[in-house]
Design a binder for this molecule. Sequence first.
Ligand code: PHE
Length: 464
Amino acid sequence: MLSNQAGEGKRASLHGHWSSKMAFILAVTGSAVGLGNIWKFPYIAGQNGGGAFVLVYLVCTVVIGMPVMMSEILIGRRGRRNPVATMELLGKEEGSSGHWRWVGVLGVIGGSLILSYYSVIAGWTLGYVVKSASGVFVGASVEAVGAEFKNFVGDWRIIGFCHTLFMALTVFVVTRGVERGLEQAVRFMVPALLVLMLVLLGYSMNSGYFGQGLSFMFSIPESCMTLAPECPLTWDSVLAALGQAFFTLSIGMGAIMAYGAYLPEDTSITGASAAVVTADTGIAILAGLAIFPLVFANGLDPADGPGLVFQTLPLAFGQMAGGVFFSTIFFVLLSFAAWTSAIGLMEPAVAWVVEHFNKTRAQASLLIGGLIWFIGFGSVLSFNVLADTTFLAGTLFDNVDYLTSSIILPLGGLLITVFAGWVMCRNSTADELGSAGTLYKAWRVLVRFIAPIGILFILINAIT
Ligand code: PHE
């Protein structure tokens, strides 16, 4: 799928090129669609009260997420190296400084920290493939499904094993290079996942609680419309919504920049970004619409936290005809979706170690993968042995999640917009985006003013 021809007159990628625009869109979609949409979005929206949070998330996606994604792709394509080297190179080329490399370094650290817990949750989905296939959820009660989940995450050896398995699978693909197999996997996985989400949606529409789920997700309290002080949305929730927009789109840490490095010159960055943002947001909303009615129908608490999806969906599958089949397939697909995202999380670090330390891909992925695997045990233990050891944002898992989603990604996004909007000259960005028309002007206003000021404003208000 990758060929080694260089774009005429421009810098050639050290790693080859995507074979087509579609291949690139599929790879970025594979990175974006993952646990963030199906596991994280519903539980974060639930914890932050629903409607108003969802609205802020959607606004952040369009106004901040989309321009940041375009910036990452164009920076990646212009630099054609790993995010650290690209930022350094372009920083110098644009007459600023090589210190911009630190944005890349922040991304390498952020991506590795995210993967450390992402792999643990992806391990749960692997575990749920086996559970689903064994039929434990058939006709199971709310209590039984809840107990099944508690016992599962309560045993660090089991979820530690699942985490190990998932990391091994990830290291295996990354060793072989980003390109191989990814395109095929995503081409099949995303549509299949969409179909199963629709099956679940059909089920939840018939649960008798669809209206309640819908209103939880989309109705905005009067007090928030008038920005009255009684509005339950806090600055912390607004930051969580911003962080979720970054997390689910895979932006702010160089993953998209690393993929952009392999993008051929003639591909439209705006079109590709719009396609990915639409698919990713659509799947998250669909997941919410499938899950919240089930939450209310079964008397569960929407603010239940990371176990929400694992305690609602098996319940629905358990009552469906063909539930064992659907449930098994669903968790297989979700594991796949997590897998293609995990590859994106590791890519900046691996590409950097390969280029900077002159290692082979295999050595680099083993090294980085081993380190991430080890750090991941902090999250494995957060659900059992260390569940009561809390500080700052909560357990170790909560802290790594907060540090990455709410601090590192928005900060990375802020620096990327400043770089694309203020450091890179107009000619460079117009050249990459392929026009200086209205669309370009809109992007430039978003990237120079709206996005950076918005991110800074939210960060400052939430942290002080
Ligand atoms: N976007 C992925 C998801 O929603 C997670 C991810 C974040 C992947 C950052 C790569 C980079 O599951």
